[in-house]
Ligand binder design. Structure first.
Ligand code: ADP
Ligand code: MG
Length: 210
């Protein structure tokens, strides 16, 4: 089933948005399952950098970063199947990486999409700094719903470097489409649109038929 790739600057709110999509999809599944056996079979998974224990320090050097990317890729690939929806929350800043993941879902005849969490660099820095100070003040390591995402700020130079290297999605390309842009000031995600594109997609239905 569908692959939903979260993409955006570091500390742009990818995990926050991934949780909103997860909650929206879970309520859709709960609502529709009693009457729709296709939906009843769906399972939702979130694969996140934090959940996999990927440190925010791996981006300092090529080797650990490459290893982390391979770990993340493997975790997504293992979960992708006809009845599993995977939200890939993290590591999607490189165009070639999104392309590869898109090919994995295509090989399984399932759709993929990209959620571009559109937060300007200055906001990301602000939120990252707030996160850092919370930690220094001994704030609780909850992460709330985003459990599994380590509540750790990026070092300022790592943050700058990732912003510099970030390859913005382009909805005109196969691997970045459909592309949903979520502006930072929006309360909510376009849940219905994402659900329709991923689950009510005509191309998906025959594949899901009982
Ligand atoms: P990412 O997964 O992209 O690194 P997170 O979702 O962990 O980003 O968010 C980074 C920080 O910014 C967190 O402290 C989070 O609470 C905060 N944050 C995220 N989205 C918003 C928002 N729309 N408004 C205010 N703060 C936000
Ligand atoms: Mg995150």
């Amino acid at each position: 089933m569908p692959l939903i790739m979260m993409s955006g600057f570091p500390a742009s709110g990818k995990t926050t948005r991934a949780n909103q999509i997860r909650d929206f999809f879970n309520s859709k599944i709960a609502e529709l399952s009693p009457t729709d056996p296709r939906v009843a079979r769906l399972k939702l998974h979130v694969v996140s950098d934090g959940g996999l224990g990927v440190s925010k320090e791996v981006y300092r050097e090529a080797r650990p970063e490459k290893d982390a990317r391979a770990t993340f890729y493997g975790a997504v690939k293992r979960l992708l199947s006809a009845d599993d929806i995977v939200i890939a929350d993290g590591m999607n800043y490189i165009k070639g990486y999104r392309y590869q993941l898109h090919c994995e879902s295509k090989a399984l005849l399932t759709p993929s999409c990209v959620i571009y969490v559109g937060t300007p660099a200055e906001k990301c820095k602000e939120w990252n700094a707030a996160k850092g100070s919370e930690k220094r003040e001994g704030g609780e390591e909850t992460g709330g719903e985003g459990k599994g995402d380590s509540w750790e700020a990026y070092a300022p130079d790592v943050l700058d470097n990732l912003i510099f290297r970030y390859e913005e999605p382009n909805g005109m390309t196969r691997w970045d489409s459909p592309l949903f842009v979520v502006p930072w000031m929006d309360e909510d995600i376009p849940g219905e649109e994402i659900w329709n594109a991923m689950v009510n997609n005509e191309a998906v239905k025959p594949h899901l038929a009982t």
